[in-house]
Ligand binder design. Structure first.
Ligand SMILES: NC(=O)c1ccc[n+]([C@@H]2O[C@H](COP(=O)([O-])OP(=O)(O)OC[C@H]3O[C@@H](n4cnc5c(N)ncnc54)[C@H](OP(=O)(O)O)[C@@H]3O)[C@@H](O)[C@H]2O)c1
Ligand SMILES: *[C@@H]1O[C@H](CO)[C@@H](O)[C@H](O)[C@H]1NC(C)=O
Length: 376
């Protein structure tokens, strides 16, 4: 049996689903000769660590209890009755992860999984890579910091996986990586990479007012608690940056032109979410409806996309041919079109659910399994 020690940072929707997938896949993994040993789990306050990381792990009962308590809003720091493990506060936790990476990096290897939404994990992750360990990310922030940090994180390319940062479980990063590795040069990527904005743009096409569609999207649970986090386009911009860097471009987040779907004066600093949804947002309806109308006269539809082409990355609403994969998009699916020498006229297209705890955690788990050959 190959034993893979894992530390999981972040125990929210994705982190908990990952723990559940790991437990549910025990039989499958064992047939493949693998055991995933969860030796530590962190939230924003603290960390639970197995008593002896070399020989023990957090057992499945403990993992189930962690999931239950975290789903009730309990902090890991309150779980000191949980049995065979130690609890560390945030500051000690950071040191713990670095220590564990140092110890296991020299022996069996270790995978640290970032399922947080924090920029604070970057420093630890760089040290984890330095110690010879592996990193798997669902969190985009570490990869969208400075170019220097990106190069540091990806300096041992076989030791890092981040499929779920773009399109959740969809094999977008893997596909682009393979195309690039074969010497086929990618010259254009167009993507609809926000389930929320995909849904919103395809619904306004049917004549519904933009503000109503955003409210419906929020009711359906498609949006962040404050829908401006989706409408600002920054999440799409981070995904676009990850793709652009993957095809070798040396650029930063602030090199990307990002169109926000709401005016600056309706930002979170000037207006509550309620006022924004209740009144502010409807001021944008006419403008969007007009742009949808103009587009349709030309056989086009309005879509919120990222466009990576000619040394430029743009994120915003664009007129797209109704006949293209992105033009035909309905609902909250993601689509990405990759154009390269081999896929010149007709792009390589990847489409499917691009969000959700389940698919995101599945993508993270597949990344972990993909790293198995690096473990002793
Ligand atoms: N959900 C999706 O559909 C989806 C799809 C693709 C990618 N992602 C990405 O996956 C990540 C996780 O998403 P989520 O929906 O699970 O987020 P979430 O529910 O907000 O959970 C975040 C978790 O990270 C913990 N955390 C925050 N800062 C931390 C730190 N500095 N160190 C350790 N833990 C920290 C939080 O701790 P507390 O519990 O103490 O608050 C929480 O447990 C995000 O980066 C997101 O962008 C999500
Ligand atoms: C993901 O998990 C969070 C936390 O459990 C939950 O609030 C959210 O509804 C889940 N999202 C989906 C799409 O299932």
């Amino acid at each position: 049996m190959k034993r893979i020690p894992v530390v999981i940072a972040g125990c929210g929707g994705v982190g908990r689903q990952l723990l559940e997938h790991i437990v549910n896949c025990r039989a499958l993994h064992s047939k493949q000769g693998l055991v995933l040993r969860v030796v530590g789990v962190c939230d924003s306050q603290s960390m639970l660590v197995a008593n002896d990381i070399f020989t023990e792990e957090l057992n499945d009962d403990v993992l189930a209890r962690i999931c239950l308590e975290k789903s009730r809003g309990t902090s890991l720091s309150e779980l000191n009755d949980i049995g065979d493990c130690q609890v560390f506060d945030y500051k000690e936790a950071t040191m713990q992860v670095i220590d564990i990476a140092g110890l296991l990096g020299r022996s069996t290897g270790l995978a640290v999984v970032d399922c947080t939404a924090s920029s604070e994990t970057l420093e630890v992750l760089k040290q984890v890579i330095d110690s010879g360990c592996c990193v798997v990310l669902a969190n985009k922030k570490p990869l969208t910091s400075s170019m220097e940090d990106y190069q540091k994180l990806t300096s041992h390319i076989r030791r890092i996986r981040y499929e779920s940062t773009v399109g959740a479980g969809l094999p977008i990063i893997a596909s682009v990586t393979r195309v690039v590795a074969s010497g086929d040069s990618v010259f254009r990527i167009v993507g609809s990479l926000s389930g929320t904005l995909g849904y919103v743009m395809s619904e306004v096409e049917t004549g519904k007012p933009f503000s109503e569609v955003v409210q419906a999207a929020k009711r359906l649970g498609y949006t962040e608690p404050d829908p401006r986090d989706d409408l600002s386009g920054m999440d799409v911009a981070r995904k676009a940056l990850i793709l652009a860097r993957l095809i070798g471009w040396q650029i930063n987040l602030d090199d990307i032109t990002v169109e926000s779907l709401y005016p600056e004066e309706m930002g979170p600093n000037s207006m509550s979410t309620e006022d924004f949804l209740g009144g502010g947002l409807s001021l944008v309806d006419k403008d969007i409806a007009e742009r949808v109308r103009v587009a349709s006269l030309k056989g086009n539809v309005l879509r919120y996309v990222c466009l990576i082409e000619d040394s430029r990355v743009q994120v915003g609403s664009q007129e797209i041919s109704k006949a293209s994969s992105i033009g035909r998009l309905r609902g909250s699916d993601n689509v990405v079109e990759i154009y390269s020498r081999c896929y010149k006229e007709y792009p390589l297209v990847i489409q499917g659910a691009g969000a959700g705890n389940d698919t995101t955690a599945a993508g993270v788990l597949a990344d972990l399994i993909d790293l198995q050959d690096l473990f002793k």
